[in-house]
Design a protein around this ligand. Structure first.
Ligand SMILES: O=C(O)C(=O)Cc1ccccc1
Length: 400
């Protein structure tokens, strides 16, 4: 049976972080909601038909102002980012190149510009292209959406991350507000088909069912908008951000298309190891890891939980993947998870594991308590790989 279950509760994002931290905390404050001033991102609306390229000024100036605590912050490829006190959002990204999947105006691009104001964003056709751009040293970071409050872990993106020798250096949570966009003058009644990124189509399932339209997945939300524009499609609408409407000069037929009003996507920023980003001493750290085990029973999940809980370490994610043969009704069985073993002597090797746990815990990877927990897990696991240690960002940033 192939199965996946997640203990990462979607509403977790809403909960105050009042549990014990393995690392001393400065804030202890609940996750806050930060409007990110989309108008500042867009500049002015693009002239009709002329997508505005937004690689210049960053979108997170306001956030930067709000999040940075006034300490010196440095940038540049050969120096370490030291500045933020409240977590990852708002680090200065000047001089950094960040690869994202999609066309200009994609949510991932906005997340990148919010996480690293002033960075240069590099559009890529596929997520895999964005990750290999980092691998090959063409860019400094890639940004990857890895989970959403509506759908849990984006397993395909997580799988991609595990196949690369990259480290997580930052996280950012973005409130995703979906709009229905169409060519100027097109009315909702004329729309027969809606195109968008598969995640956007899934998040708007009920609204689309009500509209009674066909759905067609495309690479990304902004790419869908670009497609409408360049092919002058009059019977088709796209789901994308209000910012994409501005950029490409399309009409917004409907706002807030998502089935649930609270729709937050978590993105990870990835870099080549070793991590060039130090976790500020006054920030809460978070460590992400993947644990492969022999399977057979859920007892291993209890053992992992106990390794952390016995040390009072809070976990913020536990995703259980069991891909052992048969599918779940429809489609092909999910293949085992492929993980690049970067710890082995010699060249990193790609290994295949049917039973895997994705774990995020509070605390730094070099915190003795966290190290101890990992050591305990290594006693019964087949393989553990730490994916990164970074500043926990408790904010949720908004486009509007
Ligand atoms: O297609 C995009 O715009 C993306 O960046 C991917 C995505 C899609 C839906 C929610 C978050 C990210």
């Amino acid at each position: 049976m192939a199965s996946t279950s997640s203990l990462h509760l979607s509403k977790h994002l809403l909960l105050p972080r009042n549990t014990h931290r393995a690392r001393p905390s400065s804030s202890g404050s609940p996750r806050s909601f930060v409007p990110a001033a989309a108008s500042r991102v867009n500049g002015h609306a693009a002239p009709n038909g002329k997508p505005r390229h937004i690689n210049g000024d960053g979108g997170g100036k306001k956030i930067n102002g709000a999040a940075v605590n006034g300490k010196t912050h440095v940038n540049g490829r050969d120096r370490i980012h030291l500045s933020v006190s409240t977590g990852g959002g708002g680090q200065d990204g000047t001089g950094l190149r960040v690869a994202f999947q999609g066309a200009p105006g994609a949510y991932s691009e906005f997340a990148a510009k919010t996480a690293l104001p002033g960075c240069d964003t590099v559009p890529c056709r596929a997520f895999a292209d964005a990750l290999s751009a980092v691998d090959r040293g063409l860019v400094d970071r890639a940004i990857l959406p890895v989970e959403s409050t509506m759908e849990g872990t984006a397993l395909r993106n997580y799988d991609l991350l595990l196949r690369h020798e990259l480290v997580v250096v930052q996280e950012i949570n973005l409130f995703v507000h979906y709009c229905l966009l169409a060519m100027p003058g097109v009315r909702a009644a004329q729309v027969r088909r809606v195109i968008s990124h598969p995640m956007a189509l899934a998040h708007c399932g009920r609204a689309l069912a009500r509209l009674g339209v066909d759905r067609e997945p495309v690479e990304d939300t902004a790419g869908a908008v670009e497609m409408l524009r360049s092919n002058m499609m009059l019977d088709t609408a796209a789901i994308a951000s209000p910012r994409a409407a501005d950029l490409y000069g399309l009409d917004v037929l409907a706002h807030g298309l998502q089935d649930e009003s609270w729709n937050v996507t978590r993105f990870l920023l990835l870099s080549k190891p070793p991590s060039p980003v130090a976790v500020p001493v006054d920030a809460d750290a978070k460590t992400s890891m993947v644990v492969a085990h022999r399977g057979g029973s859920m007892a291993v999940v209890l053992k992992v939980l106990s390794a952390f809980s016995s040390r009072n370490i809070n976990m913020s994610k536990l995703e259980v993947i069991n891909n052992e043969g048969g599918g779940v009704g429809v489609g092909e069985p999910r293949p085992p998870v492929m993980i690049l073993d970067t710890g082995a002597r010699g060249a990193p090797t790609l290994r295949s594991f049917p039973h895997v746990l994705y774990v995020d815990c509070e605390g730094a990877a070099d915190d003795p308590l966290v190290l101890d927990a990992i050591k305990e897990i290594e006693k019964f696991a087949v393989f553990v790989r730490v994916l990164g240690c970074y500043a926990a960002d408790t904010n949720v940033y908004d486009l509007q």
